[in-house]
Design a binder for this molecule. Structure first.
Ligand SMILES: [Ca+2]
Ligand SMILES: [Ca+2]
Length: 84
């Protein structure tokens, strides 16, 4: 779901590129997770505004951070997303 939003956010050029690199570019403090502020900042840089809906979709467990796994999760639907 939210991966399509992410693609929309980052432009179609990014569609098939390494999503991990995209996440890392959003995770500006490199703590391994994307805070609401970091995601909002990314939108602002792109001249857009993050909606609450986008945030809620990006952080389905509501802990206030989007982990790499959460961000990438919807991109792995066809694969075995959970390797453990
Ligand atoms: Ca971060
Ligand atoms: Ca979360």
């Amino acid at each position: 779901m939210h991966i399509s939003h992410a693609n929309d956010l980052l432009g179609s050029q990014q569609q098939q590129t390494d999503t991990t690199a995209v996440v890392q570019s959003i995770d500006t403090d490199k703590d391994g997770r994307i805070s609401k502020a970091e995601l909002a900042e990314t939108f602002i840089k792109l001249g857009r505004e993050m909606t609450e809906e986008f945030w809620l979709e990006s952080d389905p467990d509501g802990d206030g951070y989007v982990t790499y796994q959460e961000f990438l999760g919807s991109d792995n639907k066809g694969r075995s997303g959970d390797e453990l």
